[in-house]
Design a protein around this ligand. Structure first.
Ligand SMILES: Cc1cc2nc3c(=O)[nH]c(=O)nc-3n(C[C@H](O)[C@H](O)[C@H](O)COP(=O)(O)OP(=O)(O)OC[C@H]3O[C@@H](n4cnc5c(N)ncnc54)[C@H](O)[C@@H]3O)c2cc1C
Length: 345
């Protein structure tokens, strides 16, 4: 199989995976052939810097490049099947050459943007077949267009970089991205993407209006040239399934200048169980511009330090001021009683 997939939101797309397959060769020299192909595909200017793009298992910094964005050490053990080659493109032509050469020489291709895949499929393999990682960490530019309220974001950019780039230019524009600032765009949009604004603005994928995409032949496609079916599929159909998305054009949303958050904790002894039960019945009454959540942890009891208790922490992000949020909470959830810690910014 060529592009390997992570857990797809829409299993129906598994059917399409096979249209991106290419034969697997077991030749021990396939990666040498791949490297020769890559070298000859790049322009003479690029060939001189191939050492900056390509890492083989013999390279001194192979391990540090491989592990640079691995977030789950469970998948990187001495027995893990590692890539023969890692390519870190600086330009779209490098990605195209990697696709074409890996196809030509029967090497599987895995795409990595931020390495947050829950199953590590962007960087390890349980199969013995040789594979190449194309790591998009260097392709991370962000272009925020305040006037038209859109932004082009390359797949290697992480969420926090987009939030920062928007904040540099506007206090009233935002993107409904991930809660976790380290997730990269490539895998995030490919799997739908939810965050603090999704009750009001939907998934991140719902806010993508165009994309720059490379298909199995290394051709560059836009929304128009790929067609609406494929454009729909790459926004939530599972990363690594259809090709490589290089960048995404996203629509920015308008938010008030002021947002408010609160966070308040209750232990079992302070009726956490009753409040948590009640919470489930009232959260649907909160406006869409509010993102309520609960985290459950444990701590020592205040009564007896040797005993543990459960703590329920009620959190909310609200698109508006505390003057609106406090009466709202008192009306919908009076059981929470004492005023929580509130911060408005
Ligand atoms: C700590 C943590 C916090 C998280 N928080 C959130 C959250 O708040 N909201 C949320 O929705 N999800 C969250 N996730 C899930 C995360 O969004 C997904 O795992 C996502 O796929 C990660 O994208 P990535 O590019 O960082 O990962 P990668 O491991 O690089 O890629 C994930 C998958 O997408 C494929 N892929 C990567 N780049 C491309 C590309 N350019 N084109 C095509 N396919 C590609 C890979 O091959 C792989 O199959 C979180 C995950 C972790 C580990």
């Amino acid at each position: 199989m060529g592009f390997l997939h992570s857990s797809a939101m829409f299993p129906v797309f598994l059917i399409f995976l096979f249209s991106f397959s290419w034969p697997i060769t077991s030749s021990a020299n396939s990666h040498e052939d791949f490297l020769r192909c890559l070298s000859s595909s790049l322009s003479s200017n690029d060939s001189s810097s191939i050492s900056r793009l390509v890492y083989t298992q013999r390279s001194s910094n192979y391990t540090s490049v491989l592990e640079s964005t691995i977030h789950n050490s469970r998948f990187i053990t001495p027995t893990s099947h590692r890539p023969s080659v890692i390519v870190t493109p600086l330009h779209v032509s490098h990605v195209q050459a990697t696709i074409r050469c890996s196809k030509k020489h029967g090497l599987q291709l895995r795409t990595r943007s931020g390495g947050h895949d829950f199953e590590g499929v962007s960087y390890v393999s349980e199969w013995e077949a040789p594979f190449v990682i194309v790591d998009l960490a260097n392709l991370r530019s962000i272009d925020v267009d305040v006037e038209n309220e859109v932004s082009w974001v390359q797949s290697g950019a992480i969420m926090g970089e987009l939030y920062y780039a928007i904040a540099q230019k506007s206090r009233t524009l935002a993107f409904p991205g991930a809660l976790c600032h380290g997730v990269a765009f490539g895998g995030f949009i490919s799997s739908g993407g939810y965050g603090l604004l999704f009750r009001k603005y939907g998934l991140a994928a719902d806010n993508v209006v165009d994309a720059e995409f490379l298909d199995v032949k290394g051709r560059i496609l836009s929304r128009k040239s790929m067609g609406e079916d494929l454009f729909w599929a790459i926004r939530g159909g599972g990363g690594g399934s259809f090709g490589i998305t290089l960048s995404w054009k996203v629509k920015l949303i308008r938010v008030p200048e002021m947002v408010t958050v609160f966070s308040t904790s209750r232990t079992l002894e302070q009726n956490a169980t009753g409040l948590l039960h009640r919470w489930q019945y009232i959260t649907n009454q909160f406006p869409d511009g509010m993102f309520p959540s609960i985290t459950l942890t444990t701590t020592n009891t205040t009564v007896d330090d040797r005993n543990r208790t459960v703590v329920a922490t009620f959190n909310t992000v609200y698109l508006g001021g505390a003057n609106e949020l406090v009466p709202l909470m008192q009306n919908v959830f009076p059981e929470l009683e004492s005023p929580p810690k509130i911060a408005t910014k």
